[in-house]
Design a protein around this ligand. Structure first.
Ligand code: QAP
Ligand code: CO
Length: 172
């Protein structure tokens, strides 16, 4: 089932999400709906708060070396905790909650995190490159942060100006 995506400046996107403590079939169904929504909207990552549910859950599904977005590569990450962050990288990010806007963001180059899967089992994951970017971008959502808060002051001013122009064009 495809869910509705909250868009900037919806204030719910700025709230901190709470830990998951019930790993039941309802959680599994919700994660399936998050996946359907992400694929339908053409995304590679999605946090639960983006579909209006403030729980610490995110999914990531990057394309493989054959440019295929294989569901077999889907990562479902609950209650993530970063235990290591190293180095720096710059990557042009976008977000389904800020459609049509892309900007360079500086993030850690290498990360290690602990997390739980949909059954509550614990895992450790090491990542670099695009996966490290996606993990940090989605984890930011769990803490109520958007990538537009991590761009430079002048770029943020330009974004606010463009956004105001766009929202005037939109009929309510
Ligand atoms: C987060 O972002 C991310 O503006 C996931 O019109 C960002 O899936 C992970 C999207 C950067 C890694 C690197 C954005 C789709 C999708 C748009 C997304 C749009 C249509 C963004
Ligand atoms: Co996002």
């Amino acid at each position: 089932m495809v869910l509705e995506i909250l868009e900037y400046p919806d204030k719910r996107l700025f709230e901190r999400s709470v830990e998951v403590d019930k790993f039941d079939t309802e959680l599994g169904e919700f994660l399936d709906n998050m996946y359907d929504t992400m694929i339908f909207k053409g995304g590679i990552g999605l946090a639960a708060i983006q579909v209006g549910r403030p729980i610490r859950a995110l999914i990531i599904n990057l394309v493989n070396e054959n440019e295929i977005q294989d569901k077999g590569d889907l990562l479902e990450i609950i209650n993530p905790k970063f235990i290591k962050k190293d180095g720096e990288q710059l990557y042009q990010e976008g977000c389904l909650s800020v459609p049509g806007y892309y900007e360079d963001v500086k993030r850690a180059a290498n990360v290690t995190l602990e997390y739980q899967d949909r059954f509550g089992a614990s895992h450790t994951l090491e990542a670099d490159g695009l996966l490290a970017v996606a993990l940090q971008h989605e984890n930011d959502h769990l803490d109520g942060h958007l990538f537009i808060e991590r761009i430079g002051f002048n770029k943020r001013k330009k974004f606010d100006k463009e956004y105001k122009k766009k929202s005037k064009q939109k009929p309510l």
